[in-house]
Design a protein around this ligand. Structure first.
Ligand code: CP
Length: 306
């Protein structure tokens, strides 16, 4: 039962609910027209306190393609947040204008706080370096389509694993599936946070850490590349030193399994050479496209519109 619920953390849905959502995503992808009036007269509020291309536009496209409407802001300087209004007050007011709200904030826990003051469902579109659960739904839909299963996979996460909220969210969700193995590939300074490792330990998930992508490339079923997140660094010199630690090239892809797929939440900077884009195993642009279908399914379910 999805009606009226919020999505704040990756664990908010059961494995059965995830399956239902992914099934609806597939149905929508295969016959978009059938759902074109599902959310007629419903309004999505998109409150983005941080920059975004994919998440905001795919949510808005999702609502428009379901026959609904959108309002909101992409730049908090154009909202009363710039005058000092609290998130709690903002969400109380927006709750009376819209039927569902999606919120992105640089502050960890912002979506959870919004939920506490909201009378409509809240969807977390990224809270600081914490979680990004709708990216995770997108990642799952892409893995299901292009790899086929979650059980027994070896997933390598590469890059900025300290600040990468998409990594934290997907790693947490993968613990739900049997015989998953995770390899974290990062410089020591950008290693995955202790609270994620605690979750993996508690759930008996096999994981390892390395700084060398080439060393583990041949083992991976999924390679999840990430951008080094300049906006979260306190020290610019440290960012400049670390930003190009990993660059995936066609040469490095030669060591990968023919069945491995490369994911990236995007935006991409230098960490994947554009020449890799032509490799059929590079599915990150399809992943961005699937983000819209997954968000259509999510909106329709939370609004009880299917
Ligand atoms: N993947 C993702 O969150 O992209 P945006 O920052 O462009 O929304």
């Amino acid at each position: 039962m999805f009606k009226g619920r919020s999505l704040i953390e990756p664990d908010d849905f059961t494995i059965e609910e995830l399956e239902e959502l992914l099934l609806l995503t597939k149905k929508i992808r295969e016959d978009r027209e059938k759902f074109s009036e599902s959310c007629r007269k419903r309004i999505l509020a998109a409150l983005f306190f941080e920059p975004s291309t994919r998440t905001r536009l795919s949510f808005e496209a999702a609502m428009l393609r379901l026959g609904g409407s959108c309002l909101g802001f992409a730049d908090p300087s154009s909202s009363s947040a710039a005058k000092g209004e609290s998130l709690a007050d903002t969400i109380r007011v927006v709750s009376s204008y819209a039927d569902i709200a999606v919120i992105r904030s640089p502050k960890e826990g912002a979506a959870l706080l919004a939920k506490q003051y909201s009378s409509i469902p809240i969807i977390n579109a990224g809270d600081g370096g914490h979680y990004h659960p709708t990216q995770t739904l997108t990642d799952l839909a892409t893995i299901k389509q292009f790899y086929g299963s979650f059980e027994g996979i070896t997933a390598g996460f590469c890059g900025d694993l300290k600040f990468g909220r998409t990594v934290h969210s997907l790693a947490k969700i993968l613990t739900r599936y049997k015989k998953v193995k995770i390899i974290f590939i990062s410089p020591k300074e950008l290693g995955v946070p202790a609270y994620i490792k605690d979750i993996l330990n508690k759930r008996n998930i096999q994981y390892s850490e390395t700084a060398c992508l080439e060393e583990v490339m041949g083992e991976l079923d999924i390679l999840y590349m990430t951008r080094v997140q300049r906006e979260r660094f306190l020290n610019e010199e440290e960012y400049l030193r670390l930003k190009d630690t990993y660059i995936l090239t066609p040469e490095k892809m030669k060591a990968a399994k023919p069945t491995m797929i490369v994911l990236h939440p995007l935006p991409r900077l230098n960490e994947i050479d554009v020449e890799v884009d032509a490799d059929p195993r590079a599915v990150y642009f399809k992943q961005a496209e699937y983000g819209m279908y997954v968000r259509m399914a999510l909106l329709a379910l939370l609004l009880d519109a299917v």
